[in-house]
Design a protein around this ligand. Structure first.
Ligand code: PMP
Length: 372
């Protein structure tokens, strides 16, 4: 029975109850230790806030050009050209990175096409794939969340259309090595498969700069956004760049869907080019070290993580599933996310360290208690 008779089959199938359950429980808690958050905990830099207010006051409140305001587009294009030096690489400003992912899926995937993704995956990937009639092909990367290129090649069939890579990864925080990024880029090229690299956490790398597969495959579509780097997840400003024939088609699709990214905030986002976030990245590096060190010494099994602001440890022995462990954590006022939301397995949990040191330490105390 559908939830309502009007619902389309593709919509009725989707279930976000797992993550909602966590947030519903959180709403009832007086003083939760919240390590479930997927956005930075620092305040948005004043210069960005001022620029947003200024743009609204200056009446930049109507539609913008579908492809984005020229000032921001040119600034991003110059940055992209300087980094990649590709002959044909064009940028489109989108309604968040999510908007970019939506446009790319609609533009590339035919019904029945297979889309390869790595498990654990960003929550949206399987759903978006199914929304456009595609078939998610999920490659398990447990326990270290590294890419096994032989498994990728074995998963490629005549129906394979697209490979989705997310590095640094949500929920694992794992960063693909240069060899992995290069191998994947070359594999996609060899088999004529599209490659999309979700680099929304590219500025949050703690051990080395990100190696994008676009370095080795000029056709790679890259998505990025201001959401995480500048703490403006509610502004909905992202972008996508790649071959102009693809980007032009996505701009046409944007015209019929999102119309444009929020106009005044596109002007405000220009301020990001004058904002240095390296102190912030350093403070997240310290938190990563604290969390990884603390969890390991408490006895948690944890992959090496080099980016984003998440860790994805295994639930301790004695708990039937990751979900069962998370329930126990929540009974102890600690909010974390069950791994099953990001995975075909339910054995791990995601903990965010986009929180104050005090909150992180309180969370680690609970976790140390639960493993005994
Ligand atoms: N990709 C990944 C891997 C993410 O973690 C997120 C946000 N959680 C997004 C895309 C979407 O970001 P945005 O807010 O820019 O839509």
């Amino acid at each position: 029975m559908p939830a309502h008779p009007w619902l389309a089959d593709r919509t009725d199938r989707f279930d976000s109850s797992g993550i909602r359950k966590v947030f519903d429980l959180a709403a009832k808690m007086a003083n939760p230790i919240n390590l479930s958050i997927g956005q930075p905990d620092f305040p948005v830099p004043d210069a960005l806030k001022e620029a947003a207010c200024r743009a609204i006051r200056e009446d930049r409140n109507g539609y913008s050009q579908t492809q984005g305001v020229s000032e921001l587009r040119e600034a991003l294009q110059a940055q992209i050209d300087a980094e990649w030096k590709h002959a044909d690489r064009k940028v489109l400003i989108t309604s968040g990175t999510s908007g970019a992912l939506n446009l790319a899926m609609w533009a590339l995937v035919n019904p029945g096409d297979e889309v390869i993704m790595f498990d654990p995956y960003f929550v949206m990937y399987p759903t978006l794939t199914e929304m456009v009639g595609g078939v998610p092909v999920v490659i398990d990367t447990y326990p270290d969340f590294k890419l096994d290129l032989a498994r990728v090649e074995a998963a490629i069939t005549p129906r394979t259309k697209l490979i989705l890579l997310n590095s640094p990864g949500n929920p694992t925080g794992v960063v693909a090595s240069a060899a992995e990024a290069r191998g994947l880029a070359e594999l996609a090229n060899k088999h004529g498969v599209a490659l999309l690299s979700d680099e929304i956490y590219r500025q949050f790398t703690y051990d080395a700069a990100l190696d994008s597969p676009a370095r080795w495959n000029e056709q790679t579509l890259v998505v990025d956004g201001f959401s995480k780097s500048y703490g403006v997840t509610g502004w909905r400003i992202g972008w996508i760049h790649g071959p102009s024939a693809l980007i032009d088609k996505m701009a046409a699709l944007q015209q019929y869907t999102f119309v444009c990214a929020p106009h005044p905030l596109q002007h405000a986002a220009l301020e990001a080019f004058h904002t240095d976030i390296t102190p912030l990245v350093s403070s997240y590096r310290e938190r990563r070290d604290r969390v990884v060190g603390g969890l390991r010494s408490a006895g948690y099994e944890l992959a090496d993580t080099g980016g984003a602001f998440y860790v994805f440890p295994k639930a301790p022995a004695g708990y039937a599933t990751g979900g069962a462990f998370v329930e126990r954590a929540i009974e102890n006022e600690l909010l974390i996310i069950p791994g099953g939301i990001f995975s075909r397995r339910d054995t791990h949990f995601r903990m965010s360290y986009a929180a104050s040191i005090e909150t992180i330490d309180r969370g680690m105390e609970v976790l140390a208690r639960l493993i005994r």
